[in-house]
Design a protein around this ligand. Structure first.
Ligand code: SF4
Ligand code: F3S
Length: 111
């Protein structure tokens, strides 16, 4: 199994998750992060760190699409291990429906 990041992260991108990962397996897109499924050791410590509950084990129902997206973009986006500031309007996007339409395939800056 692995953990994955879902659409709740889009445009929130709080990055609290990256600081706790023991194997540095988060990768940064322009407006969300993903987890590399083959690098994640399933420790689960990142899950409670995310203030918008965007991190889930891939054993919960309905995450197949996000598992595929995490697998795809973790191969091409840069690695991120150091937290930076969240987007200025992150709070406004918390829990909003339809955030999937806001997904950007562009890479983030990484570190
Ligand atoms: Fe990293 Fe553990 Fe979260 Fe996997 S479950 S992404 S290894 S902190
Ligand atoms: Fe996203 Fe939550 Fe991490 S909003 S960047 S998964 S702390």
């Amino acid at each position: 199994m692995t953990y994955i990041v879902n659409d709740a992260c889009i445009r929130c991108k709080y990055m609290d998750c990256v600081e706790v990962c023991p194997v540095d397996c988060f990768y940064e897109g322009e407006n969300m992060l993903v987890i590399h499924p083959d690098e994640c050791i399933d420790c689960g410590v990142c899950e409670p760190e995310c203030p918008v509950e965007a991190i889930k084990p891939d054993t919960v129902p309905g995450v197949e699409k996000w598992l595929a997206l995490n697998a795809e973009y973790s191969k091409i986006w840069p690695n991120i291990t150091v937290k930076r500031d969240a987007p200025a309007d992150a709070k406004e996007w918390e829990g909003k429906p339809g955030k999937e339409a806001e997904f950007s395939a562009n890479p983030g800056k990484g570190d």
